[in-house]
Design a protein around this ligand. Structure first.
Ligand SMILES: Cc1cc2nc3c(=O)[nH]c(=O)nc-3n(C[C@H](O)[C@H](O)[C@H](O)COP(=O)(O)OP(=O)(O)OC[C@H]3O[C@@H](n4cnc5c(N)ncnc54)[C@H](O)[C@@H]3O)c2cc1C
Ligand code: FES
Ligand code: FES
Length: 494
């Protein structure tokens, strides 16, 4: 393999300015750098864990399809190293000329969308990201865009009114970011010189590989380095747990890890595909995954977080692993030039232990599309509907024989064991049985053979055990009755 050209400088664009950094720590967050090194204090720190949105900025990046997209992200958990080749836009850029406020800002002023003002720049940036995509958003689009922004003062209604009124303050056609799009596209393209970025020495190193093969080389040579994709897990290791994550390899910009392909009824997703990027394709092929993804974090987290990261992290309460295990997904792991593919359920060995060798990484996940007659559902139980971590999550895929008995069933749960885990005893009991409420009520007794859930701050063991059983019952009722499934919707009619 040809050795990559190495550059010891990180390059990106901040608002209108070219930035080149040679002396940065691998775990330096964008938020700290903006506020402490650049005195751009419009971007606030509220929670430092991706929950409140006070630190929202837009990041523009070139996509594999050759377009330039801008997305809201949480600067508090995004590391500088992941911004190589990107355009960072802060709230200061919106009214850069100083003559007048941006339409989003003016609407927030006129509709009293700001009281103490601490959350306001974050709301403005989230609304700005939405407004660039659509100037007349529906209430549902507004709520989705603001899912990751918290306000303790306004009660949200004035912000929603402001959001609905933005387009009456000016059209997107005059917006500087859109007017300058071609120019910015050219500037970002010029930054992509195909070099590996390597800054610092020894443990204190930050590496942005030049491409996928280079990443494989880098990780094989430095197997103890922390791989950082969207940093929505790793960011908190630094901001909340003060963990030393050095040296760090940043892979968010690797285009080869961002492919999504469908072949022979299998959707293959590169490990670097974010939730936002996967949403449309996954919803199209496995409808139940759409609502699940829509409840992972807020929009900013979904714009950064990857399915590969959700799997590689190995958490027992990650949302996608149980759903993908129920679907029969497999994983391609790569070390150097060698690849192997394993069933996803075999990847999770024990708490904090996955079947991943030093120097090996997750390259892609393969998700079989259920047959047209198959039934598939996934239910996430949390204390609040949005932006909350799972207490328990059940995923179910069922194929019935012509006589109504269970021909095939896969059941997997999160939050019920030390890893995402299949309910083998329940499945075994159900096979060949008539698929009805009576069978399921007997099957519920088998849960004790599969799971011994824990009590923690999210739920008691008793609650988890009961909820898990009831999710199977819900699946049965939804698949045997002609009544529409119960879906709790938080959106008011427009
Ligand atoms: C506010 C907030 C809300 C959240 N809500 C949810 C939720 O509702 N449900 C949920 O499941 N999760 C949630 N998360 C957790 C997180 O968003 C997900 O786990 C996400 O998928 C992690 O992906 P990432 O790309 O950000 O991973 P990172 O943080 O970059 O990495 C996570 C782990 O995976 C490893 N890794 C990443 N990519 C690879 C790779 N290709 N090969 C090998 N190792 C790799 C890293 O080394 C690290 O160990 C939330 C996080 C935040 C901050
Ligand atoms: S400071 Fe709260 S999300 Fe970043
Ligand atoms: S205006 Fe005070 S937190 Fe939102």
């Amino acid at each position: 393999m040809t050795a990559a050209k190495i550059r010891s400088e990180l390059r990106f664009i901040l608002n209108g300015e070219d930035v080149a950094l040679r002396d940065i720590a691998p775990d330096q967050t964008l938020l700290d750098w903006l506020r402490l090194s650049r005195s751009l204090k419009g971007t606030k720190e509220g929670c430092a864990e991706g929950d409140c949105g006070a630190c929202t900025v837009l990041v523009g990046r070139l996509t594999p399809a050759g377009t330039l997209v801008y997305e809201g992200i949480n600067a508090c958990i995004r590391f500088l190293g992941s911004l190589e080749g990107c355009h960072v836009v802060t709230v200061e850029h919106l009214a850069a000329s100083g003559d007048h406020l941006h339409p989003v800002q003016q609407a927030m002023v006129d509709f009293h969308g700001s009281q103490c003002g601490f959350c306001t720049p974050g709301f403005v940036m989230s609304l700005y990201g939405l407004w660039m995509q659509t100037s007349n958003p529906t209430d549902q689009q507004i709520e989705t865009a603001l899912q990751g922004n918290l306000c303790r003062c306004t009660g949200y209604e004035p912000i929603l009114r402001a959001a609905r009124a933005i387009s009456s303050y000016g059209g997107t056609q005059n917006d500087p970011l859109l007017v300058e799009r071609e120019n910015m596209f050219a500037r970002l393209k010029a930054l992509a010189d195909g070099a590996r970025v390597e800054i610092g020495e020894g443990r204190n190193r930050l590496i942005v590989p030049a491409g996928l093969d280079d990443f494989a080389d880098v990780l094989e040579a430095s197997p103890t380095a922390t791989v950082v994709a969207g940093s929505t897990d790793v960011g908190l290791w630094v901001t909340k747990h003060m963990r030393d994550i050095t040296p760090v390899v940043f892979i968010a910009g690797l285009q080869e890890l961002k492919s999504i392909a469908v072949r022979d009824n299998v959707v293959t997703i590169g490990a670097g595909v974010t939730y936002s990027e996967a949403l449309a394709m996954l919803s199209q092929h496995v409808a139940a995954l759409g609502p699940l993804i829509a409840r992972i974090g807020g929009q900013q987290v979904r714009n950064m977080g990857t399915i590969g990261g959700n799997i590689a992290n190995g958490s027992p309460i990650g949302d996608t692993p149980p759903a993908l295990i129920a679907l029969g997904a497999s994983l391609t792991l790569r070390k150097g030039a060698a690849r192997r593919t394993i069933a996803l359920e075999d990847f999770f060995i024990a708490y904090g232990k996955q079947d991943r060798q030093p120097g090996e990484f997750v390259e892609a996940v393969h998700i079989p599309v259920p047959a047209a007659d198959d039934k598939f559902a996934v239910y996430k139980v949390t204390k609040r509907r949005d932006e909350d971590i799972t207490a328990t999550l059940g995923a179910f895929r069922l194929a019935l024989a012509a006589d109504g008995t269970v021909a095939e069933i896969r059941i997997a749960y999160g939050g019920m064991a030390a890893t995402p885990k299949r309910a083998f005893a329940v499945e075994k009991f159900l096979l060949g049985q008539p698929w009805n409420e009576k069978t399921v009520e007997t099957a519920m007794e088998k849960y004790a053979e599969d799971y011994t859930p824990l009590t923690d701050m999210r739920a008691t063991a008793e609650y988890r055990g009961l909820a898990a059983k009831n999710l199977l019952l819900r699946f049965c009722l939804e698949t045997t009755s002609s009544a529409a499934p119960v879906q709790v919707s938080r959106y008011k009619a427009a």
